[in-house]
Ligand binder design. Sequence first.
Ligand SMILES: Cc1ncc(C[n+]2csc(CCOP(=O)(O)OP(=O)(O)O)c2C)c(N)n1
Ligand SMILES: [Mg+2]
Length: 360
Amino acid sequence: MTAPTAPPELVQLLTPEGERIEHPDYDIDLTAEEVRSLYRDLVLVRRVDLEAVALQRQGELGLWASLLGQEAAQVGSGRALTDADMAFPTYREHGVAWCRGVDPLHLLGLFRGVNHGGWDPYEHNFHLYTIVIGSQTLHSVGYAMGIQRDGAEAATIVYFGDGATSQGDVNEAFIWASVFNAPVVFFCQNNQWAISEPLEKQSKIPLYKRASGFGFPGIRVDGNDVFACLAVTRAALRNAREGQGPTLVEAFTYRMGAHTTSDDPTRYRVADELEAWKLKDPIERVKAYLFKNQLADQEFFDKIDAEADLLGKDLRARCLALPDPQPGAIFDHVYAEPHALLAEEREQFTTYLAGFEGAQ
Ligand SMILES: Cc1ncc(C[n+]2csc(CCOP(=O)(O)OP(=O)(O)O)c2C)c(N)n1
Ligand SMILES: [Mg+2]
């Protein structure tokens, strides 16, 4: 029996119903163990996210940007990276952070306001979160040009949203990457919304088609299909490492939650849209695939759910136990080398603090 073919314009290897389909250019051969492991990632990442939303609602975090619905785009692309590759995230890439081995506690610390950046970018080759829309695309191209000159067998991947594609920085990054053939993968998670602005306010053409105007390939992948995201990103990274330059990957997905916990999407989008995307849930389709092909039984799914609950519980406890930073810590990582002006400012600030009653 021949497998049904993928719809045009969208690389899909696993349908929402959990059927494997063929693609002429992008295929992937995953063992049962690998599929189970991807499923575990998806579930655990969603659990981290849900716990963080709950913590914010209870006043324990200042803000949270949920990844709900975007788990496959993040886990698929995150698992495509090698240790030597460098990832540049926005503020929503909790799933990529997970794949890189960053302790989710660091993410919570940032949104709790008790650390001033989060983590050491070189420890897991996962750069700091960037709130300034699109600026990380330039950082990533610069970094890619650096490793290109070092002759490293590595690439960078940079994450950004559909809204960010309207930003000047992103378009400048495309040009630099193109003309210098930089080893970078532009990974755009098109979640259909930029806060309250819909996709049609960003582009009249599909986003992946923008790449051709800059002189490099663009491809649209089903962002709710973890197999396809893995296959497409793996190929794009390999091309970059082999000197074939950048690729724009548009992961077509949906932001199931609010933009951040400060946002109320019921003010600007209809419930039907959300209901339609629920049917394309990235986790359910892998579960259906595992079940149908008898690659996992109920005991496996129960075990993962129990692990997720434990993870959530542990994360919550560690989040609540995070110490407040010393006020002077804000000066710690401003410059890599000692800096006279900063030292003077630190001194002034310390004296100022010491003037308060009960100050240590
Ligand atoms: C330079 C800049 N302009 C505006 C903002 C405010 N802002 C924060 S998130 C956002 C929308 C981003 O949408 P998108 O790129 O689609 O990413 P998503 O949040 O959907 O993941 C905007 C405009 C900002 N942070 N930086
Ligand atoms: Mg968006």
